[in-house]
Design a protein around this ligand. Structure first.
Ligand code: ZN
Length: 338
């Protein structure tokens, strides 16, 4: 008996076909279309599911259910997702880089549940937010005995899925966990893709780390401190990946990475104080590609921020597969549960 799981992200659509134990028998992946219509994205999801089923040598109608972990603002009542500002920003979540300038655009809500139900000829299709799917994936496969855990993604955006005393926190419409939009800079020096300013994601997501670097270099200039760096600060092509690669050898890049750590400690401190988890597993390209520069400094500095038990903070064991494994779990249970 097999089910299909989908991870709809700003950069890629991935699908797997697997059994109840998490044994994967088929996979497929495609770039997420950057519009021009909601229907194009629905079509891409259906194509990737067909490809994953073909890879598993199965007909889509033979899978018993589907789970979809999606970016954006989901609407469980209608089975649709409204895309976030991440899509259309020219992002590259696989590297946490930002070749674009964040010119997001709006599409109509993207139908997901009904079209997928038609394709697999089953009403058992579960739609949930991608970070909650990541939390369920990690809980089920890595921490089955731990009741309270958080999955935090540091990627082209920042978000979290929370399981508290065994209960996944859904919130209205299933959109709890938008921790990337917690304010960490009351002065609001950097604008966030959501339209507000001073949010964690505006400083520390893969898309926005270059803006943080420019902010710091401006501050240095205003202080009369010459900025000596080999980073192409003035170029639109500056990426988070370049900044992490230069840390250690370039003094300014090292300073940016240290500032990211300071800000991540504020965001993580808020998150842990709010939910008191036993474990925080951190995924997303920014963390997965740079664990010693991103996760280790948080572990070293977090204690002073906490009024609750200090949880274990670890790199996600499932890595880029966490969302898919969680969605697969939900595809079998037909519910959003760990
Ligand atoms: Zn925001």
């Amino acid at each position: 008996m097999y089910a299909v799981a989908v991870d709809l992200g700003a950069t890629n659509v991935r699908a797997i076909v697997g059994d109840k134990n998490g044994t994967i028998v088929g996979r497929a992946r495609a770039e997420t279309p950057q519009g021009p219509t909601a229907a194009a994205i629905t079509q891409a999801v259906l194509d990737v599911v067909r490809d994953a089923c073909r890879d598993a040598a199965l007909n889509p109608s033979s899978v018993v259910g589907a789970g979809i972990g999606s970016m954006g603002a989901i609407d469980r009542a209608t089975g649709t997702v409204a895309i976030s500002s991440n899509l259309g920003a020219g992002t590259d979540a696989s590297t946490g880089s930002n070749p674009g300038s964040g010119t997001g655009f709006e599409l109509d809500p993207i139908p997901l549940v009904d079209p997928l139900a038609n394709l697999i000829e089953s009403d058992s299709v579960v739609l949930l937010n991608d970070t909650l799917a990541g939390a369920i994936g990690e809980h089920h496969h890595t921490y089955p005995d731990i009741d309270s855990s958080v999955y935090l993604t540091l990627s082209s955006g920042i978000g979290a899925g929370v399981i508290s005393n065994g209960i996944p926190l859904l919130g209205t419409d299933g959109n709890a966990g938008e921790v990337g939009h917690m304010t960490i800079d009351a002065a609001g020096r950097l604008p966030c893709g959501c339209g507000a300013a001073g949010h964690w994601e505006a400083y520390c997501s893969g898309n926005n780390i270059p803006a943080l670097a420019r902010l710091l270099s401006e501050a240095d200039k205003n202080d009369g401190t010459p900025v000596e760096t080999t980073l192409p600060l003035k170029s639109e092509s500056l990426t988070a990946k370049q900044i992490f690669e230069h840390a250690g050898s370039d003094l300014f890049a090292t300073r940016v990475v240290d500032r990211i750590a300071e800000l991540n400690v504020l965001g993580m401190g808020n998150l842990i104080n709010a939910y008191a988890p036993d474990v925080v597993s951190v995924g997303g390209a920014v963390a997965l590609n740079n664990p010693s520069l991103v996760i280790d400094p948080i572990c070293e500095r977090i204690e002073s921020q906490l009024v609750v038990h200090t949880p274990e903070i670890v790199c996600s064991d499932l890595g880029e597969q966490a969302v898919l494994y969680g969605a697969l779990r939900c595809a079998f249970t037909g519910k959003i549960e760990p």
